[in-house]
Design a protein around this ligand. Structure first.
Ligand code: HXC
Length: 257
């Protein structure tokens, strides 16, 4: 498929999606979100892919949903055309996704980064939910995922004032997993993605699913779910291989089965 708003590459076992609307600081229009989903559909189906990466430019991961596209929309259009369904699909992917964030991750850009499983951020990254400055509120998870990630006090501060948060504050608050120098962002992200892609895919998918359960259910339910999933992995050859490799002091050779 020929994409116009993203670049798509396969590097080893990692599928890399680069948001590519530099003239608009990677503002997320409908076409771009559609193309991200199409690329992710391909990576999800491809058994050779073990991890995905979403990134932007050095100046902007994404400066938000495309304001010029949204500007003239009415309530019925916004409500009835289910504009959010394609956004939601990004957050429902089974394979792990790392967001490699440099520059601005604002509004829908911050929300897109939060739909990924974790964020590796360059030292120039800035996060925020400035929708309040436009007379609206976050619409793709900002009031929910941000609150889960950084707690009520900071989520209220960011969403109500619209201020931006630098990368150090974002890491302290728990939004960002790691900060790396801008020049090393992709190398460090690819190291993490390669490491994930080298694991047994069933165990990776189940670890992701179990962690995400923590946001949906009570602790007791989550612990029960984790125990069942843990037990089920003993039905895989990869569990035999992983534990044999440990006792034989060699690297495991996982076959995803
Ligand atoms: C459309 C955008 C845009 C956006 C930037 N641009 N952000 N276009 N939608 N979200 C465009 C500008 O209009 C400009 O185009 C070009 O990108 C460069 O931007 P500048 O503003 O000139 O750059 P700079 O001065 O460096 O300022 C950077 C910035 C600022 C601070 C990031 O661009 C900004 O505040 N952007 C909007 C951030 C925002 O409010 N995001 C939330 C959007 S609402 P021209 O043609 O003039 O050169 C949202 C809701 C999500 O995300 C709901 C989910 C569906």
């Amino acid at each position: 498929m020929a994409y116009e708003t993203i670049l798509v590459e396969v590097k080893g076992k990692v599928g890399v999606i680069t948001l590519n609307r530099p003239q608009a600081l990677n503002a997320l229009n409908g076409q771009l979100i559609g193309e991200v989903n199409a690329a992710m559909d391909g990576f999800e189906k491809d058994p050779a892919i073990g991890c995905m990466v979403v990134t932007g430019s050095e100046k902007a991961f994404a400066a938000g949903a495309d304001i010029k596209e949204m500007q003239s929309r009415t309530f019925p259009e916004t409500y009835l055309d289910d504009k959010f369904e394609p956004w939601e699909r990004i957050g429902q992917r089974r394979k792990p996704i790392i967001a490699a964030v440099a520059g601005f991750a604002l509004g829908g850009g911050c929300e897109l980064a939060m739909m990924c499983d974790f964020i590796i951020a360059a030292d120039n990254a800035k996060f925020g939910q400035p929708e309040i400055n436009l007379g609206v509120i976050p619409g793709a998870g900002g009031t929910q995922r941000l609150t889960h990630a950084i707690g009520k006090a900071k989520a209220m501060d960011l969403c109500l004032t619209g201020r931006l948060m630098d990368v150090n504050e974002a890491e302290r608050a728990g939004l960002v997993a790691r900060i790396v120098p801008l020049a090393d962002l992709m190398a460090e992200t690819m190291k993490a993605a390669d490491a994930i892609a080298a694991k047994s895919l069933p165990s990776v998918l189940m670890a992701k699913e179990s962690i995400n359960r923590a946001f949906e259910v009570t602790l007791a339910e989550g612990l029960r779910f984790e125990r069942r999933v843990f037990s089920s992995l003993f039905a895989t050859q990869d569990q035999k291989e992983g534990m044999a490799a440990f006792t034989e002091k060699r690297k495991p050779d996982f076959k995803n089965g």
